[in-house]
Design a protein around this ligand. Structure first.
Ligand code: 5AD
Ligand code: SF4
Length: 468
């Protein structure tokens, strides 16, 4: 058994990390069915693709009804309390399922077990959970399952020491059109509200060669789009190269000729001018930037440890808007951070009024154990947080709608991803600048880039008619 440790998780020594290749271990379970549920961000979704790939390499097959599964895995998120509550809610249901199906194996992985209190709670109170793994040992999931089965007892294997980078995962990607590609793991920013640097460890860039090779391979397999992933992609390269940044990587990935390249998430602190140039110049680097601002108050930004002022942010934002044609910019905003007064909140509203974002993901501050903000004075009451969140959402949605309305009667290029939730005869896909478009069309167009004329614009999507 290995339990996580928050003090260990905070350490950032200068030690170089190891890069090793995925090595398969034979699973003692044969021909089993698995069910997996993923919570949280794209990074977690991508980790799930790794878990699925490893399980299927070992003869497992996926089922989408949990009652049919022999093994159930929850790949969890720790970013806010509600993600945490959802996982424990589902675990309650699984306990009942296990009572009628004794051989069922339940595994919990991802960010939540990296929290010391969660791992201890599982050890002490959730004896029916069979195996637990963290974000640093996904490649060993078969070993963890084997040990649990062979010893017939709960197996908790969670490491806080961030260590290494595993290459060559046998991914199972869900669609053959768009693919996630990790470029940098972990985060060194330690924003005071955020648990990610503890749960995902230190910043570790993958080598440019492995990334370019992976994109090349995806292109050869017919993928049209890649999204380069990291908690802070703009820090790419800093830990392994003297002079090779995300701007250089984008240029090189662009050289593979894949049709669309995206990247998330960008921290404003590391967003250099070269990046703006590359996005503006390279036709296959998409004009879409997700640039979390978090707050419009300098006092709160400082307390958050964000390392920029509202003025720095607006300057960068305006540069991006003016230099990249047709760019769309979205953001993340937290309301109710400790010490946020009505005045601070109004400054956030005023920043949104100034920036007129294409979209924003908005959150009520959620204290995370062991993070500095969780013990700051002047925590804001929940009711106040949610009042502010509602007010903010109204303003944010107004601008999303306004921005989308600019596309009325215009023709946009849509990469068709599948059938729309709006009806069986409808398809859905995304524009170059990441707007969701629904339109009537034949299923054979899935995976193609088509011209669509926009006929209706809402806050979260647009409708259109197919032109070709
Ligand atoms: N409470 C609320 N929102 C948070 N985020 C990160 N940590 C917290 C927290 N403790 C938000 C930030 C980040 C996004 C992924 O989640 O806005 O950019
Ligand atoms: Fe969390 Fe800040 Fe790192 Fe983003 S940059 S993952 S908000 S610590």
């Amino acid at each position: 058994m290995n339990l996580p440790n928050m003090i260990e998780a905070k350490k950032r020594d200068k030690k170089e990390f190891n890069v090793y290749n995925y090595k398969n271990e034979e699973c003692v379970l044969k021909n089993k069915k698995y069910f997996i549920r993923t919570y949280g961000c794209q990074m977690n979704e991508h980790d799930t693709e790794k878990i699925k790939g490893i399980l299927e390499l070992n003869g497992f097959s996926e089922v989408f009804d949990v009652k049919l599964a022999d093994v159930v895995i929850l790949n969890t998120c720790a970013i806010r309390e509600n993600a945490h509550n959802k996982v424990f809610g589902f675990l309650g249901q699984l306990k009942h399922l296990k009572e009628s199906k004794k051989d069922l194996l339940i595994g919990v992985g991802g960010c939540m077990p990296q929290e010391e209190n969660v791992a201890n709670e599982i050890k002490d109170k959730y004896k029916y959970i069979d195996f637990v793994f963290g974000t640093h040992n996904i490649d060993n999931i078969i070993g963890i399952i084997n040990e649990c089965v062979l010893n017939n007892r709960q197996n908790i294997e969670v490491y806080s020491k961030y260590g290494d980078v595993c290459e060559g995962f046998p991914f199972k990607r869900d669609n053959g059109i768009t693919a996630y590609v990790d470029i940098i793991l972990g985060c060194n920013k330690f924003c005071t509200y955020c648990i990610v640097p503890y749960t995902r460890g230190a910043q570790r860039s993958r080598s440019k060669e492995s990334i370019i090779r992976e994109v090349q391979m995806l292109k050869e397999q017919g993928y049209k789009e890649v999204t380069l992933l990291g908690q802070n992609v703009n820090a790419y390269g800093k830990d392994i190269y003297d002079n090779y940044t995300l701007a250089n990587l984008l240029k090189d990935v662009s050289g593979t000729g894949i049709e669309r390249i995206r990247f998330v998430t960008s921290h404003p602190w590391d967003f250099i001018d070269d990046m703006i140039e590359v996005i503006a110049l390279m036709p296959n680097v998409m004009p879409y930037v997700h640039l979390p601002v978090q707050s419009g108050s300098n006092k709160i930004l400082k307390l958050m440890g964000r390392r920029y002022t509202k003025e720095n942010y607006i300057e960068l934002y305006n540069k991006i808007r003016s230099k990249i044609e047709n760019v769309s910019v979205t953001t993340d905003i937290i309301v109710g951070f400790p010490g946020e007064t009505e005045e601070d909140f109004n400054e956030t509203i005023s920043l949104v009024n100034q920036c007129k974002f294409d979209g924003a993901f908005t959150f009520a501050y959620s204290p995370r154990e062991n993070t500095p903000a969780s013990i700051m004075e002047n925590q804001v009451e929940e009711t106040v947080k949610f009042e502010r969140l509602n007010k903010l959402n109204e303003v944010v949605n107004r601008y999303s709608n306004e921005n989308n309305s600019k596309y009325l009667d215009k023709v946009v290029k849509v990469l068709v991803l599948g059938q729309s939730e709006k009806g069986n005869d409808k398809l859905m896909g995304y524009t170059e600048n990441m707007k969701l478009v629904n339109f009537i069309g034949d299923k054979s167009l899935i995976g193609e880039i088509v011209d669509v004329k926009i006929t209706d614009a809402k806050s979260f999507s647009m409708d259109g008619i197919l032109l070709n």
